[in-house]
Each structure stands twice: as C-alpha cells, then as structure tokens.
Design a protein around this ligand. Structure first.
Ligand code: SF4
Length: 74
C-alpha cells in the first residue's frame, strides 16, 4: 500500500499561476482567492505530487509523509 502524503500550500507564497493544477489536477484546486489548495493528496501518485512541488515557481508546496513527518520537499 502506498504511503500517504501530507501536502501543504503556503498561501504567503502561492501566486496562483496554476502549474500544480496542470501537473496534478486531481490533487490541487484553486480556492476563492485563486490560490492553490491540496484538496486530495491521494489523487495522484507520489511522483506527480513531487513533480508539482518541484515545478512551483515560488516553492510554495511542502510535501511530507503522513505519520512519520519525513520531509520529501523542499
Ligand atoms: S504552482 Fe505554486 S504558485 Fe502556482 S498555483 Fe500551485 S502552489 Fe500556487
């Protein structure tokens, strides 16, 4: 069974350009402020979520393993 991830978007950083929504549309959604929310961390494989995090232009996406707290990004 795949490990669960905790995915958090820092709204002090997110500029809402939508790159993460393009890479992992089942995971990220824009909120009313046009900032990204990680609504469904189980919505894509771990590799896709990390790809979204790495491609965020302002490094607003943090990813860690649920339970252990192991930091995967940044
Ligand atoms: S890629 Fe980064 S800046 Fe763009 S919407 Fe997603 S979290 Fe926000």
């Amino acid at each position: 069974m795949a490990r669960r991830l905790r995915v958090v978007v820092d709204h002090d950083l997110c500029v809402g350009n939508g790159t993460c929504l393009t890479i992992a549309p089942a995971v990220f959604e824009h909120n009313a402020n046009r900032q990204s929310e990680a609504k469904h961390p189980d919505g894509a494989p771990e590799a896709a979520i990390l790809d979204a995090a790495r491609n965020c232009p302002v490094a607003a996406i943090g990813v860690e393993v649920e339970g252990t707290g192991e930091r995967l990004f940044p």
